[in-house]
Ligand binder design. Sequence first.
Ligand SMILES: Nc1nc2c(ncn2[C@@H]2O[C@H](COP(=O)(O)OP(=O)(O)O)[C@@H](O)[C@H]2O)c(=O)[nH]1
Ligand SMILES: [Mg+2]
Length: 264
Amino acid sequence: MKRLCQYIKVVDLVFEVVDARCPLSSRSPQIEQLAPGKSRLLVLNKADLADPSVTEKWLSFFRQAGEKALAVDSREGKGFRRLSFLLENFSKEVNEKLRKKGRKPRELRAAVVGVPNVGKSTFINRLIGRRIASVGNRPGITKGPQWIRVGKVFLLDTPGMLPPRLESEGVIFKLAAVGVLKMENYDVMEVANRLLQLLEGFYPGVVGNYFGITPGDDLFLEQLALKKKFLLPDGVPDQDRAARFLLELFQEGRLGALTLERPC
Ligand SMILES: Nc1nc2c(ncn2[C@@H]2O[C@H](COP(=O)(O)OP(=O)(O)O)[C@@H](O)[C@H]2O)c(=O)[nH]1
Ligand SMILES: [Mg+2]
């Protein structure tokens, strides 16, 4: 964390990567202290897995709050043309300010930060693409991460890992459901049941229809286990396995593009 702070000090722009399926819950509470006063671009990654209409609402919500926000799919490279455009504009803005102060124009420096598993590395790789060009270490930084040139910007090739928000059960189960938190540490059945309940509220019938199970049924996991023939040796439905199966499908977006929270 201390090392990350050192880098953040020298960057002009911080890409704050979050999961588009829960853009508030997957924001780290540490970001404010880490980069006070820094220009930030909120990247709603995994937009392919999120409900597009809700993503639009989130973007309006953040922009109304005065933040720069953008939705991308780092795996397929969607949204990156717009990102390059934003970077270009940002570079012009910063250099205009420098020029007014009588200073020479220069390349911008940027870093990527975010909680685990939101796609920071995938985002960096996508951004770097084929333009990869290591420029080695810059003065003052003797080892560790490298700066890579991306257009007019020098990007730190190693993302900064931020601690996730763990303030309430309501947030924690979403982070577990999207894979920010490792499932081993949670009660999978509880996470799956909460996810089912939440999805049933936002997308009535969708999960039930996918599996051909009565929507809103209390015994959903039991029914799912029976349907999939996930049985324990004594023939009892293996709900734990059903829960894992459900969460896996959700994480891969197989149940559809579904978002877990909406702006108020
Ligand atoms: N569907 C989808 N998956 C993504 C996207 N970005 C990353 N991933 C996947 O999310 C997982 C975590 O990505 P990674 O870049 O390692 O996350 P990091 O821990 O934040 O660096 C990997 O399985 C990626 O393939 C995206 O935009 N869409
Ligand atoms: Mg990574």
